[in-house]
Write a protein that binds this ligand. Sequence first.
Ligand SMILES: Nc1ncnc2c1ncn2[C@@H]1O[C@H](COP(=O)(O)OP(=O)(O)OP(=O)(O)O)[C@@H](O)[C@H]1O
Ligand SMILES: [Mg+2]
Length: 343
Amino acid sequence: MTVDETDFAVQLETALETQNKLVALIGTYLKPIGTGKVRYLFDLPQHPDLMAVFVSDNWSARDFVFGFVIPEKGKYLNIATIAMKRYLRNKEIETDLVAYARYIDEYLPPGLRGNRELWNRMTIVRKCEMIPVEVVLRNNLFGSAWKDYNNPKLGRVVCGQLLSEGLPLFAELSPPFQSPTTKAKTGHDLAMTKQAVDEEYPGLLSEGVYILESLNEILEEDSLGRCIDIKFELGRNPVTGIYVLCDEISPDSSRLCRLSDYLALEKGEVPEFLDKEFGRAWADALGIDKLDPASETDKELVRSWRPDEQFVQEFMRRYAVAFWILSRGHTLNEYRNSMMAMS
Ligand SMILES: Nc1ncnc2c1ncn2[C@@H]1O[C@H](COP(=O)(O)OP(=O)(O)OP(=O)(O)O)[C@@H](O)[C@H]1O
Ligand SMILES: [Mg+2]
């Protein structure tokens, strides 16, 4: 390794240690109630109906969690989600967001107040009864849906939905194509049919479609970008039973591209995807797609992988553009200063 490579490797390890210390500090004051691949959830003793969600710099792909962090990624995810939940609220969509930025202090014990890292990475949300379905929606025909569409054995029925004849690659699907999956605790999420989800959770998918359409309406007003596909997690408001938009809206859970790239889709050009695809391709080149996320040996192997600096920079460059689209034309700093009073 060159000196620069060694420096970068040390920087990455330090970022991970710093994150671990912060999570441990939160844990000395608040009881952990769950950990996802990226988020750490904590109980708030004075507010049993709420919880604190800390967004880490961890990243995952193909159902594996990597052993290194992408420094600052969690801030972009957290603040993009705050921005989008605020915009969607104006469209009468109920979200779980209760407090963010310095206003989280009102819910935290004194030892955690005034901590800028937490203002960047933590929100207070309403605890909801989570629906164990990933609401995956696609605006355009490509990827595995395109493959299935062209498989004569399936008769243009893709995930239980009959699509019309003669659609080109990237055809816009209206309403968006709904390909829900289970939310597996370990291993891959499994496909569910739209019919099965409609039966078990009436109105869930149509609520997801409404949220995606509202999101794209917002993005259209700015002419900056377009959401090609997205995954929502919805819960129920424990009091009213109404579906609530929970979890995240971020480049980790959506595929965005610039509007100019989107318009070029019609000419068959492939856009620059501002999401995890770039990272997934890096992991695929290392063979992740041939590994089993339920195998301890494979998990250990993936945890040992380390990236170079160029990879991390390119990853974050894409996430910063995605942030600019979701925040409606702001850099992270601008959004924090002007919309979150965090100068
Ligand atoms: N308002 C909420 N009430 C209750 N649980 C929530 C709420 N918002 C999010 N959650 C849960 O918190 C966890 C967040 O975890 P995280 O996003 O890190 O990983 P994940 O959702 O398990 O995986 P991935 O996002 O990669 O699919 C999830 O289990 C999610 O269902
Ligand atoms: Mg999640």
